[in-house]
Design a protein around this ligand. Structure first.
Ligand SMILES: C[S@@+](CC[C@H](N)C(=O)[O-])C[C@H]1O[C@@H](n2cnc3c(N)ncnc32)[C@H](O)[C@@H]1O
Length: 171
């Protein structure tokens, strides 16, 4: 077990995505049209998606009550509810980007959910793990799931490498 990722970490559903990482993810995927941040917390993704619709349970807007169609959902969802969040996202959005550890998308149940809903895995974009996030040993990624996608999975990387100077626009 020595070389296994740590499965004893405490999941924390209320961590906020650092602004510089939210910006890099939005810059990378360039969502357009009707956009929804389904659990905005302090609005770190929302800041870079002006005009986007939003939900946040602590502000009285439950994502599971949202039923309007949108073109994009971009968020860091509560990791303890990823399956339910993804299932509901696929009912309302054509393009979904979830920031989460990449293992979250590899269970048979999740892959089955995605393909049986008529979606496909379009891109895995690696991101560095912010120190304030739960540290599990699994790689963090922005996972792009798109309606109707049956092509290859693109592999990309927006992480800021340790020891390299962060680009000024992301500092
Ligand atoms: C991991 S935090 C991420 C916040 C934000 N998306 C970000 O990236 O900084 C998850 C958020 O989901 C919210 N949340 C949990 N269940 C929800 C629900 N059913 N509807 C809306 N928001 C919810 C929590 O209150 C928390 O603020």
């Amino acid at each position: 077990m020595k070389y296994q990722p740590n499965r004893d970490y405490v999941s924390n559903d209320v961590v906020q995505t650092p602004l510089h990482l939210a910006k890099r993810i939005v810059d990378h995927f360039k969502p357009s049209g009707r956009i929804l941040e389904p659990c905005r917390a302090g609005g770190h993704f929302h800041r870079y998606m002006p005009g986007a619709f939003w939900c946040e349970i602590t502000d009285g807007r439950d994502f599971f009550d949202w039923n309007q169609p949108v073109d994009w959902i971009v968020t860091n969802p509560p990791w303890s509810q990823i399956r339910a969040f993804l299932q509901h996202s696929m009912k309302v959005a054509d393009n979904i980007v979830f920031l989460m550890t990449v293992n979250h998308v590899w269970t048979k149940a999740r892959i089955r959910d995605i393909y049986s809903a008529g979606f496909g895995l379009k891109e895995i974009c690696l991101c560095e793990m912010p120190p304030e996030f739960p540290q599990s040993g699994f790689q963090l990624g922005a996972i792009y799931i798109a309606k109707g996608w049956r092509g290859q999975i693109k592999f990309s990387d927006v992480s800021v490498k340790t020891g390299t100077k962060r680009a000024p626009e992301y500092a």
